[in-house]
Design a protein around this ligand. Sequence first.
Ligand SMILES: [Zn+2]
Ligand SMILES: [Zn+2]
Length: 119
Amino acid sequence: MQQKDGCCYLCVRLREDYGLKPIEEHHVSFGSANRALSERFGLKVYLCPEHHRTGKESAHLNHAIARQLQQDAQKRFQECYPGLSFLEVFGINYIDPAEEEEETAHSDAFSIEQGFKFI
Ligand SMILES: [Zn+2]
Ligand SMILES: [Zn+2]
């Protein structure tokens, strides 16, 4: 695994900490039934080791954090593929319509595009 320094997506999202740290690639997947599709439309984020694997708020240990990343990935997917339905492609929807409205109200504060990259 390649190691490099950069911004951690969750440090920025949760604490507005733009500091550079060693970061690792995390692939956001959407359920084991969709593994092939997840790989085809794979979305990855860079996370510090604490937010990736080791901390209480890590993508691999904290269900709420994992869900947050899935929701962000869904939003990113919808922005990049406006002609496709996330629900139709993956058979699942992570975004509650009420939450989506609340998010748009705060959309100036944080830009998902900065964190997610298609692979
Ligand atoms: Zn972090
Ligand atoms: Zn990971």
